[in-house]
Design a protein around this ligand. Structure first.
Ligand SMILES: NC(=O)c1ccc[n+]([C@@H]2O[C@H](COP(=O)([O-])OP(=O)(O)OC[C@H]3O[C@@H](n4cnc5c(N)ncnc54)[C@H](O)[C@@H]3O)[C@@H](O)[C@H]2O)c1
Length: 366
C-alpha cells in the first residue's frame, strides 16, 4: 500500500524567498518616525529584505527617531529625510525614486486640532496634496500609493457597523482635515487614474504610540500607580486594531493586483467595540497595580459631557477587505494589550535609566 508522505518542514521556502518576484524596489513612508509609520516600517523591513526604504518625517513633537531601530537606521538600505511633506520639491525628488508610496504624515490628535486647526489643515490637506501630486508626476513608476485616512471621517455611526459607504460627517477639525485629504486623493483617482488606495483604519494601538493617546496614557498611568483620567462617562465605545494587523493589511495591498485595489477604499478594523472603562479594567486586570483610585473623571462628566469633537460609537465593517484581500485581524484585543503593556514597561525602564544617566552627566559636568 502506498503511503502519503508529508513533505518535511525543512523544504519549506523561507518567507523572504516567497517574495523575490514581487518585492518592491523602493518604498517611501511619510511620517515613518511616528507611531503607525514606524511600526509599518519595522514590519515591511523584515518582509522585504531587498527593498530600499525612505522615511520622510519633520520630527514634530509626535515623531521620534528612537522609534526607528538602530539596525534599520544604520543599514545602507535605509534613507532618512528630515523634511516636511508640504515641501513639494523634496517630496517630488523622493517619490521619483520609489515604486511604493505610503502616506502617514499628519497632525493626528483630535483635542489639539480644536485649538490649533490651521496646522491640521495645512499638514493633513496640503501635505496630502503635495504627495498626491508627486505621485501623479511619477505615475509611470509608482506602482501603488497608499493614503492613510481614518474612520474619524465617518463621525458618529448611523448604523451598527460602518462600511466604506457610510456618510462622511467629520466632527472635529482633525476629522474634517482628514476628510479633505481623503476626498482629495479620491479626486486624483477619478481625474487622473493614479494607482491610489485609501485605507480608513479605526483606532490603532501598539508600541511607540505617543503618550497623549488613550491606551498609552492608561497603561503608563497604571504602571506608575497613578489614576487614569477619563474624559466623559467612559461609556463611549471604539474599535481597536493592533498596529501589526494594519501593517499586514498594507502588505496585502502592496502585493495585490492593481485591478483589485486601485481606486478602492478599505476599512481596517477589529469589528468589536470596547468602551473606555472596559479598557481601563482590562489593563488593571493584566497588570494589577495599586492605584490611588482606578479612574478620575474630568469635569467634562458633570459639566459638558464628553470631550468636544469626540464620536460616541465606532465599529468598523470589514467585509470588503476580508473578501477582496482575505485580511482579518489576527491579534485579539487582550493579546494586543498584553504586548503593548510589555512594550511600555520597557519604555518606562529605559526612560528612568536615561534620566538617571542624564542626572549623572549633569552632576559630573557641574
Ligand atoms: N493612530 C491611530 O489610531 C490612527 C487611526 C486611523 C488613522 N490614523 C492615521 O495614520 C497616520 C499616522 O498616525 P499616527 O498615529 O502614527 O500619528 P503620529 O502623530 O504618531 O505620527 C505622525 C508622524 O507624522 C510626522 N509629521 C507631522 N507633520 C509632518 C509634516 N508636515 N511633514 C512630515 N512629517 C510630519 C510626525 O513627526 C510623526 O512622525 C495619520 O495619517 C493618521 O491620521 C491613525
Amino acid at each position: 500500500m502506498k503511503r502519503l508522505v508529508k513533505p518535511k518542514k525543512k523544504f519549506a521556502r523561507p518567507a523572504s524567498a516567497r517574495k523575490i518576484a514581487e518585492e518592491p524596489k523602493s518604498i517611501l513612508i511619510t511620517g515613518g518616525a511616528g507611531f503607525v509609520g514606524s511600526n509599518v516600517l519595522r514590519y515591511l523591513w523584515k518582509r522585504y529584505p531587498r527593498s530600499q526604504f525612505h522615511v520622510l518625517d519633520a520630527l514634530t513633537y509626535a515623531g521620534d527617531l528612537r522609534n526607528i531601530p538602530d539596525e534599520i537606521h544604520s543599514d545602507p538600505r535605509f534613507h532618512f529625510w528630515y523634511g516636511d511633506v508640504r515641501n513639494a520639491k523634496l517630496v517630488e525628488a523622493i517619490v521619483a525614486q520609489c515604486d511604493i508610496v505610503i502616506h502617514f504624515a499628519a497632525e493626528t490628535h483630535v483635542a489639539r486640532s480644536i485649538h490649533d486647526d490651521i496646522n491640521f489643515f495645512s499638514t493633513d490637506v496640503i501635505g496630502t496634496q503635495v504627495v498626491t501630486s508627486a505621485v501623479l508626476q511619477h505615475k509611470g513608476s509608482v506602482k501603488r500609493f497608499i493614503h492613510t485616512s481614518t474612520s474619524e471621517v465617518y463621525g458618529t455611526a448611523r448604523t451598527e457597523t460602518m462600511d466604506e459607504m457610510h456618510p462622511l460627517e467629520p466632527q472635529s477639525p482633525y476629522a474634517a482635515a482628514k476628510t479633505g485629504a481623503d476626498r482629495l486623493v479620491y479626486s486624483y483617482i477619478t481625474t487622473h487614474a493614479i494607482p491610489a488606495v485609501i485605507i480608513r483604519p479605526f483606532n490603532l494601538y501598539g508600541p511607540n504610540q505617543h503618550l497623549e493617546k488613550l491606551i498609552p496614557r492608561f497603561i503608563t498611568s497604571a504602571l506608575l500607580g497613578e489614576s487614569m483620567t477619563i474624559h466623559g462617562s467612559g461609556e463611549s465605545r471604539r474599535d481597536f486594531t493592533y498596529v501589526e494587523d494594519l501593517a499586514r493589511a498594507i502588505e496585502l495591498i502592496i502585493e495585490a493586483p492593481g485591478e483589485k485595489v486601485n481606486g478602492e477604499v478599505f476599512n481596517i478594523a477589529n469589528s468589536r467595540a470596547t468602551s473606555v472603562l472596559e479598557i481601563a479594567d482590562m489593563i488593571l486586570k493584566i497588570r494589577p497595580v495599586k492605584t490611588k483610585k482606578k479612574a478620575v473623571f474630568t469635569e467634562y462628566t458633570l459639566n459638558i459631557g464628553d470631550r468636544p469633537g469626540q464620536v460616541f460609537k465606532h465599529i468598523g465593517n470589514t467585509d470588503k477587505i476580508r473578501s477582496v484581500l482575505g485580511w482579518k485581524p489576527r491579534v485579539s484585543f487582550e493579546e494586543g494589550i498584553k504586548k503593548t503593556i510589555a512594550w511600555y514597561e520597557g519604555f518606562i525602564i529605559e526612560a528612568k535609566s536615561s534620566r538617571v544617566r542624564l542626572r549623572r552627566r549633569v552632576q559630573s559636568a557641574g
